[in-house]
Design a protein around this ligand. Structure first.
Ligand code: UDX
Length: 448
């Protein structure tokens, strides 16, 4: 794909409602394309931070882009939906759809609340574009909720987003495909206009119906989750047989039909998307009577939970079965590197389980400690990576931050009570650690 042009003078006036990882990055990238953008959120502190060019979360490249776009005057923020309706006639819905407490289903409450407020503010000139990940059937429901008795209803289109945290700016700016659901010719024309620079740069552009667009997103995330759980299931088998899951992943990934991405065995997947998206899909499929077709996703979820439990079990075994009172250093709190997001983080979950088993757990993370402390205040945290090693009986590597690849492992071995490492992400150079005096165990790899 080519380079997406900047400031193309496109000047479509749009609002982006919901300024989380998805909405804030989408808003800034739209301004980068030359559009006039108003980002809207009910969180006043978030809007205040964004207005002053301060990102409310860590995402590489985002701070620079945000500052630059706020500086152009093309990107502004507000808490007012009324202002959004007055300012723009294109409205992107980027509201979160988290898992409902006590259920697998997605919580559509926040999205519905926005749509219902917008209903009285929008008319025939308006285009509403859903980007949130939703259960299939939601776009049609949103369209119904926005229908006006006088016939002057806004157009509704659905345009799922595929960005990865840690690569959110690059993924939004240079998507491999743009999927647009909705049959309305005017809606399609306006979206092609909005995305013109990306289409010109070579992004795949797929126009389809609401239901296919909604399903593309959940199907993609289900497939990715399946790849990860598949390789973690293989890791369990490798562990039982003395085989090496890293070599196995390389070898099967060399087959282009399989592909080498998303075959990293370890503590499993987490974050705000994969776990809740497959659960929401299971719940929706049950409602539709197609539960048996996606029953395998329950096993994908179960393998993922088991991956976390296995880390705890292996850690315990490495401590001779005595976890209580032992000091464990944990490397990583976020669900993946280059993010400060700890939602459903395998690292934090494993740390909390070890703490619950009586261990004294000290967690280091380069970016995620504030959100980690908020989520699990009972745990001990440090910004100084050395502290995670000091007097430790075991160090568990749980999030593969680049920082952990450059540690002076020989020096760190000397500050531990015993230099024992569990690499639960299969991402460290274990030979270098062993050469530095460490006893190392990896998941799904032969023991030495
Ligand atoms: C995911 C999808 O990739 C993205 O397209 C969608 O828009 C949102 O959900 P994200 O949640 O940012 O993105 O993270 P991703 O990079 O997909 O990783 C998800 C989890 O899987 C992380 O916890 C990661 O550590 C884990 N993972 C990933 C593995 O355990 N092994 C792998 O091989 C790859």
């Amino acid at each position: 794909m080519g380079v997406v042009g900047t400031d193309g003078g496109l000047n479509v006036r749009m609002s982006v409602i919901g300024t989380g990882y998805l909405g804030a990055v989408h808003a800034a990238v739209m301004a980068h394309l030359g559009h006039d953008v108003l980002g809207v959120d009910i969180d006043l502190a978030r809007i205040d931070a964004l207005t002053h060019g301060r990102p409310p979360f860590y995402e590489p490249e985002f701070a620079d882009l945000l500052t630059a776009m706020v500086g152009t005057g093309r990107l502004r923020f507000s808490t007012s939906l009324k202002e959004a309706a007055q300012f723009a006639d294109v409205h992107f819905l980027c509201v979160g759809t988290p898992q409902t407490a006590g259920s697998y289903a997605a919580d559509l409450g926040p999205l519905t609340a926005v749509v219902d407020q917008m209903a009285s503010l929008l008319g025939a000139k308006d285009l509403v574009v859903g980007k949130s990940t939703v259960p299939v059937g939601t776009a049609a429901q949103v369209s119904l909720r926005l229908r006006r008795p006088d016939g002057g209803s806004p157009i509704v289109m659905w345009n799922p987003e595929f960005l990865r945290e840690g690569f959110a700016v690059a993924d939004t700016l240079e998507p491999d495909r743009i999927v647009v659901g909705g049959q309305d010719p005017e809606g399609r024309r306006r979206l092609r206009e909005i995305y013109a620079p990306m289409i010109a740069a070579g992004a795949g552009y797929i126009e389809t119906d609401y239901e296919t667009a909604e399903l593309v997103k959940v199907a993609a995330n289900s497939f990715l989750a399946t790849k990860i759980s598949f390789i973690n299931a293989m890791a369990e088998v490798c562990e039982a047989t003395g085989a090496d899951v890293v070599t196995l992943a390389d070898a099967i990934g060399a087959d282009a039909r399989i592909g080498s991405e998303f075959l990293r065995a370890g503590a499993g997947f987490g974050g705000g998307c994969l776990p809740k998206d497959i659960r929401a899909f299971i719940a929706r499929a049950d409602e539709l009577g197609t539960g048996p077709s996606v029953k395998f996703l329950r096993e994908i979820d179960a393998i993922n939970t088991r991956a976390r439990e296995r880390v705890v079990a292996v850690a315990s075994a490495m401590l001779g079965g005595e976890v209580a009172g032992r000091r464990i250093g944990v490397l990583g709190a976020t669900f993946k590197p280059d993010s400060d997001d700890v939602r459903d983080s395998p690292a934090l979950d494993v740390a909390a389980r070890l703490h619950a088993a009586g261990a004294v757990v000290c967690i280091h993370d380069p970016r995620g400690l504030e959100s980690a402390r908020e989520a699990k205040p009972q745990l001990e945290y440090t910004y100084d990576v050395d502290k995670a090693f000091e007097d430790s009986d075991l160090v568990v590597h749980l999030t593969e931050w680049g920082d952990y690849r450059n540690l002076d492992v020989a020096r760190l071995a000397a500050v531990t009570a015993q230099p024992v490492l569990l690499d639960a992400r299969n991402a460290l150079n274990v030979d270098a650690w062993r050469a530095g005096g460490w006893t190392v165990r990896s998941l799904g790899r032969p023991r030495r």
